[in-house]
Design a protein around this ligand. Structure first.
Ligand SMILES: *Cc1c(COP(=O)(O)O)cnc(C)c1O
Length: 235
């Protein structure tokens, strides 16, 4: 794990790079939210990021995040960015503020049902599979509008946008293509008023590609390695 001071400097660097990319695209840096993705990072690292200024934390596994939440509590807005199994929805809704990875009607319905039991509402994003990689999660682009229309009928879910993981390749054009697919989908959904409110968010861009994502319209970037250093999965 990298030390607190390194995390602080990394956070500052990421913020500067986000601002520079926004300016290049003629966009206001303030409209881009940085989610610090802290999977595998111990709670001390998360605290350091929050002290440096991070106000959004992203985790990809419910159980790991839950353990950290027991220690940290609501020190920031908690985002689930990883695949959510229906049998983990109840636990997830006990502490996550935003679920970025809704990718099926089955899952959306389970979130609605558990929200009713817990008497809460939840902000969600629909995860779209914009690349042809078999390992990726997300709904197909051509099925996204239908899922969005169905979510509009689930009153406990507040859909605010779309999420994707760009293709894992150094080829810029192929990565940008994923981000453009997502941006076009949101545009089309908003134009056709498939959801009663305008979808404002495009969650796209990670450590290796967030500047391209911002140039393509990202409003949320999910950054792990560039803030916390390389992940240690052995820990
Ligand atoms: C791990 C992860 C990230 C952050 O990845 P980095 O490359 O470390 O920035 C972003 N989004 C999702 C869905 C992730 O699982």
């Amino acid at each position: 794990m990298v030390d607190k001071e390194t995390i602080r400097r990394n956070w500052e660097t990421v913020k500067e790079r986000v601002a520079a990319a926004a300016q290049r695209a003629g966009r206001n840096p303030e409209e881009i939210r940085i989610v610090a993705v802290s999977k595998t990072v111990p709670v001390s690292g998360i605290r350091a990021a929050v002290e440096a200024g991070a106000s959004h934390i992203g985790e990809n596994r419910v159980q790991e995040a839950w353990q950290k939440y027991q220690e940290l509590g609501k020190i920031a807005t908690w985002h689930l960015v990883g695949h959510l199994q229906t049998n983990k929805v109840k636990r997830a809704l006990e502490f996550f503020d935003v679920i970025q990875s809704v990718d099926s009607l089955h899952l959306a319905r389970e979130i609605q049902r558990r929200c009713e039991q817990l008497d809460r509402e939840v902000e969600v994003l629909v995860e779209v599979k914009t690349s042809d990689e078999p390992t990726k999660f997300g709904i197909a682009p051509e099925e996204t509008a239908e899922l969005v229309a169905a979510i509009a009928r689930l009153p406990r879910l507040h859909l605010t946008g779309l999420m994707t993981v760009g293709k894992f390749t150094p080829v810029e054009a192929e990565v940008r293509k994923c981000f453009r697919t997502l941006a076009r989908l949101r545009e089309e959904i908003n134009r056709q008023q498939i959801y009663p409110e305008t979808l404002v968010h495009l969650s796209m861009g990670m450590s290796g590609d967030f500047e391209w994502a911002i140039e393509e319209g990202a409003t949320i970037v999910r950054i792990g390695t560039a803030i916390f250093g390389p992940r240690d999965y052995s820990a």
